[in-house]
Design a protein around this ligand. Structure first.
Ligand code: HEC
Length: 340
């Protein structure tokens, strides 16, 4: 390297450092946190939660507009304990978990922090490492995965149902999963090699709420309508951290399927375990870059839910949050990203 090139790169470094002083990751010790329980939901689908015969309170969700948090903020921990143990729950007093995984906790308390710097949104999740359950490693590559779903008001019911608006009775590992999905003409394009993944009802012509098979995996709307739903913001923005070595963060969205790429908004998703605690930090642009990303603006409230696939979990064997709200400099939002 010649001398002039060296001095140029030193200059470039100096400029970067100066820029970082005005923006960049916040001092987390100054950002307030919110404690949120995430729990093991078993096979509690959208259809289950919104059907009175299964979940007696569903009419209150629909008629009174009461979201899951309204009733379960406190007892989500007890729900998780009962479900993971395969105990009878809900209005029908039936287990929601047919194969109770040994050694898995029913719930995990998570501390959530949010901040922004005018250009990027920062989300930090911290929780105590759970004991190795010794169970089957369903995703042997990743000990932990953290997934955040964000709705900007386009998905019907997202405000009340949190992530349940994406979870149906006919997804893979759910009671009405169909093997036929893998042979569907669009299976490859939709990423259904292991079966149907998350979708929102805006992408389907019909959803069966009570009759089996519940859901509407094969009732896909024509491509043009799905494209229109994408343009209209009827999807969940999805970002995911993966702890496995060499595993890339995911920047995608959920509409007619779970898209694991297409986004260009996620600039970082890093995490590590230290002193018995996992800490995962996401960094994304407030601007919507790439496909299926919501622009995060001041004055708007977003519906946010998150899930942790703990201890090498996959598919539905995760711990999930109820639905919360996210806003920028908005004390009324559950997760208030304050400018740093
Ligand atoms: C108006 C209060 C209310 C709201 C809102 C509500 N629930 Fe419930 N939930 C209940 C009650 C009461 C039970 C007890 C069993 C039953 O009646 O189904 C219950 C039971 C459950 C159970 C089974 C655990 C158990 O102990 O029986 C799950 C899982 C659950 N609710 C999830 C949800 C989800 C997800 C949402 C949001 C879509 C939600 N609930 C919204 C009141 C509510």
């Amino acid at each position: 390297m010649s001398k002039s090139v060296i001095s140029l790169s030193v200059l470039a470094l100096a400029v970067t450092v100066a820029w970082d002083a005005t923006a960049g990751p916040p001092d987390w010790s100054k950002v307030p946190d919110k404690q949120v329980p995430i729990f093991y939901p078993g096979q509690a689908s959208y259809e289950w939660a919104m059907t009175k015969a299964d979940h007696s309170a569903s009419n209150q969700v629909i008629e009174k507009g009461r979201g899951c948090v309204y009733c379960h903020d406190e007892d989500a921990t007890d729900i998780g304990k009962k479900v993971v143990a395969g105990k009878p729950v809900g209005n029908r007093k039936k287990p929601l978990e047919p194969t109770p995984p040994a050694g898995k906790p029913g719930f995990i308390p998570v501390s959530v922090q949010a901040a922004h710097d005018g250009e990027k949104l920062y989300l930090r999740f911290e929780w105590e490492d759970t004991k190795d359950s010794g169970g089957k490693k369903l995703d042997p590559k990743n000990e932990e995965k953290v997934t955040v779903l964000l709705d900007a008001g386009g998905v019907d019911g997202a405000k009340l149902n949190g992530c349940w608006s994406t979870c149906h009775g006919d997804l893979r590992t759910m009671p009405d999963a169909s093997d036929a999905a893998k042979k569907h003409p669009k299976a490859k394009a939709l990423g259904w090699d292991e079966g149907v993944t998350k979708y929102v009802k805006e992408s389907r012509t019909a959803i069966s709420m009570t009759d089996s098979p519940r859901g509407g995996w094969d009732k896909l709307k024509p491509d043009a309508e799905i494209e229109a739903a994408l343009k209209a913001g009827q999807y969940y923005d999805l970002i995911q951290f993966r702890s496995g070595k060499g595993e890339k963060p995911v920047d995608g969205y959920v509409l007619e399927t779970r898209h694991m790429e297409g986004g260009k908004s996620l600039t970082k998703a890093e995490g590590k375990m230290e002193d018995g605690k996992w800490v995962v930090v996401f960094e994304r642009t407030l601007a919507a870059n790439g496909t299926g990303k919501h622009k995060i603006e001041a004055g708007k409230v977003y519906n946010m839910g998150f899930a942790i696939h703990d201890d090498y979990a996959a598919a539905r064997s995760h711990h999930v949050s109820l639905g919360y709200t996210l806003g920028l400099d908005n004390p009324k939002a559950d997760f208030n990203a304050v400018k740093q």
